[in-house]
Design a protein around this ligand. Structure first.
Ligand SMILES: Nc1nc2c(c(=O)[nH]1)N[C@H]1C(S)=C(S)[C@@H](COP(=O)(O)O)O[C@H]1N2
Ligand SMILES: [Mo]
Length: 505
């Protein structure tokens, strides 16, 4: 048997088991040194950070909020193929498989070193993966090649394979358990009600046209759009959380969760929007955020002359830079938010705390899992997306979207076109609609909640049967109208009129 090597099926199995053992060992150690050190996640997170922005934009455009799932599945397929290939190349000698295990392990080491949220101990996880991968691969290979007694050798190999599979499963489970030790859900549950001392005014029933196809005015937390670079949601307990305010300040502050929640909390109804939102896109949502005015905290710290950037950092190392003049505006209503729609922030939306700045796109303002606020200059530090082709200043652009009729739908009878418009922080003055390049008609607006929230619109159309194109454009309180020119989201937000083709029966 030794001259022919192992069979194809056995060779493939050895490759797969070697990779499984490596991943499981890495996951086990990551459970102790930090969940994001798990090699699979660390490589995925690093791939996200290093990916060219064109690829990331493509992923968001194509897969929307499933982009991360697609990345993980893609990685799994690549790994499986590599494992099988390495196994097949190693039918006679374990050398090719050993090389693959080392290369994958080093990839994991590189990724762990690149994670800003991991200390030096983070490399222990991929090192464990590398060692386990090499040892298990070579051990199984030797068993499969046993030249002395082929029958007994086969039995020993099967036992060893079973033991490897069981051991890998167990290690992965223990790693998962150890990683879950930081019980963030329990911490969130223990926060209880965050009662605002000054609640937001109630949203009037006429604030949306949900019965006619617009979104509800307040977006339920489960439906709130989610955009971030985190493959695994950072798990920070409220008890362990602290926010440091430093840099160009008169006095540094360190605020703990209890310090903040004991203050007079304010509630503000705010619409958030992502710069990646295409014309007509879904990355916009509205919530009642509860928290502490960001301005108050910055004034307590005392912002020094010359600081033009508020540089915020998340627990996982992501960063954003906001203009100091904007976050200090009295009427802006920027928050260090702790709660959202009557609950502590959901984990995916930044528990324990995040920033929300009305009128700025999320990538320059809305840091989730925020742990650090540095007063600095735009010269000195660059936020995460700036080196990836996005602009330094990114105020939200005036925009409108058509929700009904739906794209390419067929409608009969009376046509009611509805949609949303936004122009934070001034508010929407007017929405106009036209059909088939006809005259613009002014739409009816829903009751206004405040300038930092979206506004719904509706217009009744009387149209002959056949195909029609409806277009909309909004105008803000300062008098600027949504321009017709179509611009892509990069570098500072899409522009253009939304247009929808539909048919009247
Ligand atoms: N830590 C962290 N915060 C982040 C991001 C991120 O990738 N990491 N993405 C930002 C972007 S681009 C947007 S649009 C908003 C989205 O917030 P949401 O997921 O709660 O809707 O979060 C911002 N805050
Ligand atoms: Mo975003």
């Amino acid at each position: 048997m030794s001259n022919q090597g192992v069979t194809r099926a056995t060779a493939a199995l050895i490759g797969i088991l070697g990779v499984a053992a490596a991943l499981a060992a890495g996951h086990l150690v990551a459970g102790v040194v930090g969940p994001s050190a798990s090699p699979f996640l660390a490589v995925g997170n690093t791939a996200i950070d290093l990916a060219p922005s064109a690829l990331k934009d493509f992923a968001v455009r194509t897969f929307g909020t499933y982009d991360k799932l697609v990345l993980l599945l893609g990685m799994a397929v690549v790994l499986l193929v590599a494992a099988v290939a390495a196994g097949l190349l190693s039918r006679r000698s374990p050398l090719p498989g050993t090389v693959l295990a080392v290369v994958l392990g080093l990839l994991g080491v590189g990724a762990a070193l690149h994670r800003p949220d991991l200390g030096q101990l983070g490399v222990l996880a991929p090192v464990a993966a590398l060692v386990a991968g090499v040892v298990v691969f070579r051990w199984l290979h030797a068993k499969a090649l046993d030249p002395i007694d082929p029958a007994a050798g086969r039995r020993a190999f099967l036992i060893a394979s079973g033991a490897t599979a069981a051991g890998a499963g167990l290690a992965a489970l223990v790693g998962r358990f150890a990683g879950g030790r930081v019980d963030v859900e329990a911490s969130r549950g223990a926060v209880g009600a965050l009662e605002p001392a000054s609640p937001a005014p109630p949203v009037p029933p006429g604030a949306d046209f949900a019965a006619e196809g617009t979104p509800t005015f307040i977006t339920p937390n489960a439906d709130f759009y989610r955009i971030d670079t985190a493959l695994s949601v950072p798990r920070v307990r409220a008890e362990d959380w602290a926010l440091r305010v430093h840099g160009l300040v008169d006095r540094e502050l360190t605020l703990r969760y209890d310090d903040l929640r004991r203050r007079d909390l304010v509630e503000r109804t705010i619409t958030m929007v992502c710069v990646s939102n295409e014309v007509g896109g879904p990355y916009i949502s509205t919530a009642n955020f509860v928290g502490v005015p960001l301005r108050d905290v910055l004034l307590e710290a005392g912002v020094r002359e010359g600081a033009d950037q508020l540089f915020s950092t998340s627990a996982d190392g992501w960063t954003a830079g906001s203009p100091v003049d904007v976050v200090l505006e009295e009427d802006r209503g920027a928050l260090i938010a702790l709660g959202m729609n009557g609950e502590p922030l959901p984990l995916e939306h930044g528990f324990p705390a995040r920033l929300v700045v009305p009128g700025l796109y999320g990538y320059v303002s809305a840091t989730k899992w925020v742990v650090d606020l540095e007063l600095t200059t735009f010269e000195a530090r660059r936020g995460y997306w700036l080196d990836r082709g996005w602009a330094r200043r990114a105020p939200v652009k005036v925009m409108s979207r058509i929700d009904r009729p739906a794209v390419r739908s067929a409608v009969s009878g009376r046509v009611v076109a509805t949609g949303v418009a936004w122009a934070q922080p001034t508010g929407v003055e007017r929405v106009e609609v036209r059909v088939d390049n006809g005259p613009w008609r002014t739409a009816t607006l829903s009751d206004e909640v405040n300038g930092s929230t979206w506004r719904m619109w509706r217009v009744e159309l009387d149209l002959p049967p056949g195909g029609h194109t409806v277009e909309s454009r909004a105008t803000d309180r300062a008098g600027s109208t949504q321009p017709q020119a179509r611009l892509a989201p990069a570098p500072d937000g899409a522009t253009g009129w939304h247009s929808v083709f539909f048919t009247v029966r």
